[in-house]
Write a new protein. Sequence first.
Length: 298
Amino acid sequence: MRILGEKVRQFRKRKGMSQKELAEGICTQATISLIEKKSKIPSMKIMMKICNRLGIRLSEVIIENDDQLYRTFKKIDSLIRHEQLEAAAAVFEKIRPKQLRSTNDKKQYFYYEGYIQLELNNNPDEAIFNFGMLLNQFVKSSHDMYAILATLGTGLAYERKQSYDKAEIFVKQAVGTLHAMDAQALPMGDDDYLQNEILIYASAAQLYAKINFPQEALELIDLALQKAQDSQSLYLLDRLYAQKAANEVVLNDVQSAHDHYYVAYALSLVTHNAKLTQTIIKEMAAYHIAPLQVAKEA
């Protein structure tokens, strides 16, 4: 991973900012000069704040090493986000431990191994082991997205084991760390970061719904919906509205559930999420909510 220092300089010039103005309250002017001239990363936190001030995405000035392993991890991530878990597992199996050179490589490896074990193989014990390896061996700061994802994954694995007290502890920790990062006003412009935020809130909400805390689940869903709205993202939007409606049913807010099931139904058709569409139809029938015929025909 490296900084494109020239890009930083170009964006700064377009904004009509001096190095001193860009640095104010974030770092020293010398640090900005070092970034622009030497393409050095002072820290990810500082770079994110600089990008936020410039109004750009982190991905616009940072590039990853263009190697096969990087592309492999990106492929796995994309397949998981599109719920193609068997295909993701097939790609993952091609990775060899000797390819794992950096700490970031190892974090990704153990996270994806844990995720596949949990979601595809339904093996919570193996998932907990792999998430634990990531957290105990390769994480230096709790404010690390893979640390948050692994903490969340551990909670979801304990939920599969019906260890609900442990599950709640880990999920609360993941959400709390994410809240702390938001409170530091870190930029929300990076697509991967935003999608991970939405995933964390949606997954945490799912857990709270399962352990009969629908109000807490709704609060997390609303946070995720706000993130999606702010970034104009469709990621998990169909699932979020379906979750919202299901929790509103539990809280006897029938009219809101009615409206949000319609939104979820229409979105699931737009995103071609056939599995979710069928789930929504079944839930709507169970709660005596008529299907949205216009959306169905579209």
